[in-house]
Design a binder for this molecule. Sequence first.
Ligand code: SF4
Length: 417
Amino acid sequence: MAMDDLAEKVRAGGRLSGPEALQLYRHASLHLLGDLADGVRARKHPDRIVSYIIDRNVNYTNVCVARCSFCAFYRDVGASDGYVLGFEEIFRKIDETIAVGGVQLLLQGGHNPDLPLAWYEDLFRSVKQRYPEFKLHALSPPEVIHLSRLSKLPVPEVIDRLIAAGLDSIPGGGAEILVDRVRKLLHCYGKATADEWLDVMRHAHRAGLRTTATMMYGTVETDEERLEHLLRLRTLQDETGGFTAFITWSFQPSHTELGGSEATGVDYLRTLALARLVLDNFDHLQASWVTQGGKVGQLSLAFGADDMGSVMIEENVVRAAGAAYCMDEVEIVRNIEDAGFIPRRRNMHYDILGGPIFRERAVPRMHNLATARRDGDASVPSELLNYPARSRTGKEQRGQAEPDSGLRPSGPDPARN
Ligand code: SF4
């Protein structure tokens, strides 16, 4: 189709086929792509509101057996700088988050074989007991699959148990590119195939949860595979309607096994615009200022994004791969207003909670994002002793007998996963 006809189809609200989207992505000028994506954004959000959420990105453990080749965050079981956060440490982080107007934790971590399902259930219950209104946006699909394998329970049952314990929504992490050829090359096929990732989201949506969807691009995928990822999300959204938002970011290569170079800012803006055009059944697209920096993050608002994501407060994963951008609420609001939009605080469901909190009351400025723990803090939370470990290192650390020693493990009933 001629470029003018394609542009006309988008402006008239028509749904793009795969080949049409690919043609736009490859051959439309940056200006045209941005203009079309901005048009879709304006149709969906004519009020010119750009939202953001105040939350904290807490990584409860960096110990992981998945070993994805693009990840600079994980540590092997037994590594001296591997950690698990204690419940009290997490409560402290929640207190600090609430103090600056935060409403939820984005809680994700490695696939730690020594944290059974009961640990997550107890954590969620104790959070909800202390902070009944505070939300838990927690455990991406590969983490849910990891818990399903660890507990030998089917995914829907794991999700039901986590919801009963206090899970409010599931973040869309771990999607990378939802094409198994790519997943095999990135060593993330084992943690979740494309179908498995989508299936967790399907079950979560059926169980009544809303979730987000993500895409990490710029590794080994082709343009066609990038597009296939978006089309698979669009198909599931047609089926369930359970996705609230889509977030894309570029692979951050520093300190990773995969290495290479990072995609450019223009590639980010083209990919974001492509997503806005293809994902016609998604209400919201977030700008990824955490990986692209504040300036490209602000430009995202002209390329289809209607949300500036999270104020964050804490970040560990992207920082491990070399990106350390920080924007507090004042800075996010400044960027939104300077781009000609109206800033509004929201919750995970994109309900508007109000205007900038710093205009309502004094909030300390934040010039650096916090980390999970202070460097050199190797403390082991005392409550971990209550849960059976699976790895040899974990058992030794917790003073639990090997199963073949004839001694019973200490702690609660190991059948409680
Ligand atoms: S991306 Fe997640 S699952 Fe993969 S190695 Fe890193 S922490 Fe583990």
